[in-house]
Design a protein around this ligand. Structure first.
Ligand SMILES: Nc1ncnc2c1ncn2[C@@H]1O[C@H](COP(=O)(O)OP(=O)(O)O)[C@@H](O)[C@H]1O
Ligand SMILES: [Mg+2]
Length: 252
C-alpha cells in the first residue's frame, strides 16, 4: 500500500453505541491531515484503534505496508506511530523535564545490562535533555523546566504532551486536540512548528482539533467524522463550505 497509514472499514462498538462504523482514511507520508467532527463523533476512538488501545470489531489498520490492528500499544509505538492523549498522561511527582524525556523508545539507560555503565547512556540522555530543553523554551516553557506538573496550567500540560510526542522520534504523530486550552498565538506557533518538522524531517501528522480556526490554515486534507461515520473529506476550504459539515457542527 502506498500510504503511510490507512484504515479500512474500521468499526468499533461500545455496547449499543457505534463509536466507529466503517471508517476508511488514508494518510500519505509527509502530509498533515486533520480529523474533525462534533463531540462524540468517534475521533479519539479512531486514534485508540490505530494505536492498538482498542481492537476493532471490523476492518483493518495498515502502517508502513504492514497490518497493525491486533498489535498492542507498545508494539505500535515502537514502529514509530506515536500519539498524544486528549487528557494528558503525565507523571505528577516528576519535573517537567523528567516528564518530557521519560518516554522515547530504546533508551540505553533502561536496559538492565547497560544501566550500571554510565558511559553507555550518558550521551544519549544528555542529547535528549538538550533537545527537550530547546523545545520547552521554544514554546515558552523554559522557566518551568524544574517545576512539578502540579504547578502547570492546563495549557502548558497540553503543550508538554505534544513536546513529549515530538521527542519520541516518531514517523507519524497523532495529536489529540493539541491546541485545546492553549492561547491562540501559542497554538499558531505549535502548528507553524509542525509544518517545519514536516518540511525539514518529512514527519507525518494526523491531528484531531476542535479549534478549526487554528487547524484549517495548516492541514493539507481533512476528514470529518459524524456519529462514527465519515461525513465529508477534502481540502480544508472545501470541507468548511460543505453544508453537511456546517449542519453537523451547528446541530451539535
Ligand atoms: N470506553 C468507552 N466506553 C463506552 N463508550 C465510549 C468509550 N469511548 C468512547 N465511547 C463513546 O463512543 C462515542 C465516540 O467517542 P469519542 O471517540 O471519544 O468521540 P470524540 O473524540 O469525537 O469526541 C461517544 O458516543 C462516546 O460516548
Ligand atoms: Mg475526543
Amino acid at each position: 500500500m502506498p500510504e503511510l497509514l490507512e484504515t479500512v472499514d474500521v468499526a468499533k462498538y461500545f455496547g449499543g453505541v457505534r463509536a466507529l462504523d466503517g471508517v476508511s482514511i488514508k494518510v500519505k507520508e509527509g502530509s498533515v491531515i486533520g480529523l474533525i467532527g462534533p463531540n462524540g463523533s468517534g475521533k479519539t476512538t479512531l486514534f485508540n484503534v490505530i494505536t492498538g488501545f482498542y481492537v476493532p470489531e471490523r476492518g483493518e489498520v495498515w502502517f508502513n505496508n504492514e497490518q497493525i490492528d491486533g498489535l498492542n500499544p507498545n508494539e505500535v509505538y515502537l514502529k514509530g506511530l506515536v500519539r498524544t492523549f486528549q487528557i494528558p498522561r503525565l507523571f505528577p511527582s516528576l519535573t517537567v523535564l523528567e516528564n518530557v524525556i521519560i518516554t522515547p523508545p530504546y533508551q540505553i539507560g533502561e536496559r538492565v545490562l547497560d544501566a550500571p555503565f554510565k558511559k553507555r547512556w550518558e550521551k544519549q540522555e544528555i542529547d535528549l535533555a538538550k533537545k527537550a530543553v530547546e523545545l520547552l523554551r521554544r514554546f515558552g516553557m523554559g522557566k518551568y523546566i524544574k517545576s512539578k506538573i502540579s504547578e502547570l496550567s492546563a495549557a502548558h500540560i497540553k503543550m508538554l504532551e505534544t513536546i513529549r510526542g515530538l521527542l519520541a522520534s516518531p514517523k507519524i504523530l497523532l495529536l489529540d486536540e493539541p491546541a485545546a486550552g492553549v492561547a491562540y498565538t501559542t497554538a499558531k506557533e505549535l502548528f507553524e512548528y509542525i509544518l517545519r518538522l514536516r518540511s525539514e524531517q518529512g514527519l507525518t501528522f494526523l491531528i484531531i482539533e476542535h479549534r478549526l480556526e487554528v487547524l484549517m490554515d495548516y492541514v493539507d486534507y481533512v476528514y470529518v467524522l459524524h456519529n462514527g461515520r465519515l461525513l465529508s473529506e477534502g481540502k480544508p476550504e472545501e470541507v468548511v463550505q460543505d453544508p453537511k459539515v456546517i449542519e453537523a457542527y451547528l446541530g451539535g
